[in-house]
Ligand binder design. Sequence first.
Ligand code: F6P
Length: 376
Amino acid sequence: MGKKRKRVGILTAGGDSPGLNATIRGFGKAAIGYHNMDLIGFRDGIRGLAENRYIELGSGALSGILTVGGTILSTGRDKVHKMLVDGEVRDMRKTILEHYEKDDLDALVLLGGGGTAKNALRLAEAGLNVLTLPKTIDNDIMHTDTTFGFATACEIATEAVDRLHSTAHSHHRIILVEIMGHRAGWLTLAAGIAGGADIILIPEIPYSVESVAETINARVKRGSTFSVIAVAEGARDLADAADYEAAQLLVKSANSPEAVRAAKAHIAAVVDSQREHTFKLARELEAATGKESRVTILGHVQRGGTPCGADRLLATRLGTAAAELVADGVSGVMVAARGQGTEAVPLTEVAGKVKMVPADHDWIKTARQVGTGLGD
Ligand code: F6P
C-alpha cells in the first residue's frame, strides 16, 4: 500500500499584513505541486478552526493571489483557550483537536505574529502538529531576521515621511507622523531613517519633550524652519513610560487571579490615558518652540494593499520552507528567516516573547550619526 497523502490545514491569524496571500500561495504551491499534499484553509483564523469552517485549497485557489493584499482566508484575534462563544468565554482546545482528527490533518500551519505563536504553542501542547510563519508589520518576533509585511509597511511609512517634508517645509511647521509597531520601534526607526525624519521617537527610548524641542530649535538656528518627527505609536515620554513600566511590574508581581485581573485593568487604563500621546506631544512642542504643528496618523494604510517585492520573496521562501518541514514531519516550530536561508525555531522560544530594538542596535547608531534626534 502506498504512503497516505498528507493533508494539511492553513490559517491566518492576528492583524492582517501584506504578504499573507503570497505566503499561502508559496506554501500551497510547494505542498500540493511539489510534495503531493492536500490543503485546506480555515476561515477567520482561530475562530474558523474552532468552528471547523474551511475551504479546500487547490491550485486554482492559489492562482493570482501573490500580489493581493489582506488575506483570502480572513483573520481574527481569537485565543484558543479563551474564546467568546454564545456570550461565554470557552476553552476550545479539545474541540479543535477533535476537528483536526476528524478532518484527518497531519499538520496545521498558522500565519501570524506573537499572539499566534502563543495559540500555536497551546495547540501543540494539546497534541496538534503545528508550524507558524512570522507575519507582522511590527517586526517584533524573536529569532527571525525579519517578518513578512514589515518591508511593505516600511515602504508606505517611508513614502509618508518623504511627502510630509515638502508640506512641513512650505509652512515652516513641525509635522509629527505616527507610525504603527505596537510596543516596538522597528517600523518607525526604519521608515524614519529611510525617509530622513529629523527626529525619531520609539518606545525603547523614552523621550523628554525638552530634548525634542531643543533639536527643533537647533534646526531653526541652522536655518531649517521645519521638522518632521516620526513617532512610534508605542513611544512615550519619560513620565508615561515610567507609569507603563510600573503597571507592567504590577502584573508580573500579582499572585492571585484577582490581583492579575486588577493589574491588567490598571494597564488598560494607563494605555488608554496615553492613547492620544502624539497629539499631546504636538501641543507641548508648540508651547516649547512657538512653532505651529500638525499630526498625521498613518494607521491601517500601513497594512493595506499589495506586498512589495522583498515581502513577496520572503513570503515565498518561508512558505516553501514550511512545506518542506511538513513533508519531513517536523512540527512545533516557527519557520524563521535567517540570512539568505530559513531555520526551524522551537515555538517555546518564540511564544510570549517580543523583540524590541536593542539599545546598541546598529540602526540607532546610524540614526544618531546622520544627526537624527532620538528625544533622549
Ligand atoms: O500588529 C500589527 C498592528 O498593526 C500593530 O502595529 C497595531 O498596534 C495593531 O496591529 C492594530 O491592531 P488593530 O488592527 O486591531 O487595530
